[in-house]
Design a protein around this ligand. Structure first.
Ligand SMILES: NC(=O)CCC(=O)C(=O)O
Length: 274
């Protein structure tokens, strides 16, 4: 299976619409890949909080339309990264009208919508995304012919229980678009490898490059196999990271080294001693 991770540079000197058209052209260039992955909030930048409201789109807005077409032109499964979504009536079970979400869009090779995932863990503690956006409530997996994707976004990477739930739901390839800052790059690489090893799954983690809102981005998109080996890693700048991998390695690793079968669930809470 061939995956291309497009590590987009998100700089303020490019308009959202120009970037959208430029990214669509990059997706089209990936014809021949099975899966193409874009980063988190690449229209605005994940740290450009003031842009979230200004650039928010309904689920089926301009980014959706442009990316659906790019997926079908290229004939690829496309994880189109995430957009600032402004929810409208009927756009999701728990959605409130007008609420913003950090929503990932996935398309089939014919440009049909395959899934939408609203980021569950919002970053920023008591500011930024954490206060501007609503939290997603639903896990998302997507069945491809070769593998089952489990979807998460950026800060979600720090929450291992989310990934274990995705694995319990059948995920074999964990896809993580991100806008991860340079100053925590060591965490990015370490956590991507940890999620691969503990879940015996492929991890495809696609970040942004460039600098927006004064926050230099880490780049260094990474693909890790179920044994924790790094199959490919990007540099700091804009880059298309292409990797061939064998999805059957997930089942083989889980069979040869069956740690997931040794999980002990439902432990008793500690008793007070002394
Ligand atoms: N956009 C994000 O979720 C940033 C996450 C981050 O910077 C971190 O976890 O560290």
């Amino acid at each position: 299976m061939r995956a291309s991770l497009i590590q987009i540079a998100v700089n303020e000197d490019e308009s959202v619409d120009s970037r959208r058209q430029r990214v669509a052209a990059l997706v089209r260039e990936q014809a021949g890949a099975d899966l193409v992955v874009l980063p988190e909030l690449w229209t605005t930048g994940a740290f450009a909080f003031e842009e979230f409201g200004r650039e928010a789109e309904p689920l089926q807005g301009p980014t959706y339309e442009t990316m659906a077409k790019a997926a079908s032109d290229a004939g690829v499964w496309l994880h189109a990264g995430s957009i600032p979504e402004r929810a409208v009536s009927g756009s999701g079970s728990a959605a409130q009208d007008g609420t913003l979400y950090n929503t990932s869009l996935l398309f089939s090779p014919s440009g049909e919508p395959a899934a939408a995932y609203r980021k569950i863990h919002r970053f920023g503690f008591d500011k930024g995304e954490a206060v501007l956006m609503g939290a997603g409530q639903e896990l998302v997996t997507v069945r491809l012919p070769e593998t089952t994707l489990g979807v998460a976004t950026c800060y979600d990477l720090r929450f291992p229980e989310l990934f274990r739930s995705l694995v319990d739901a059948g995920a074999e390839t964990l896809v993580i678009p991100a806008g991860w800052p340079e100053r925590r790059r060591a965490h990015w690489t370490l956590l991507a490898q940890a999620r691969a090893v503990e879940n015996q799954a492929f991890v495809l983690a696609c970040g942004t490059a460039g600098t927006h809102a004064g926050v230099p981005q880490a780049g260094h998109s990474i693909v890790v196999d179920p044994w924790g080996e790094v199959l490919a890693e990007a540099g700091p700048g804009e880059e298309v990271l292409t990797v061939d991998f064998d999805p059957a390695k997930v089942a083989a690793t889980r069979e040869q080294f069956p740690v997931l079968k040794d999980r002990v669930l439902g432990l008793q809470p500690p008793r007070h001693q002394g």
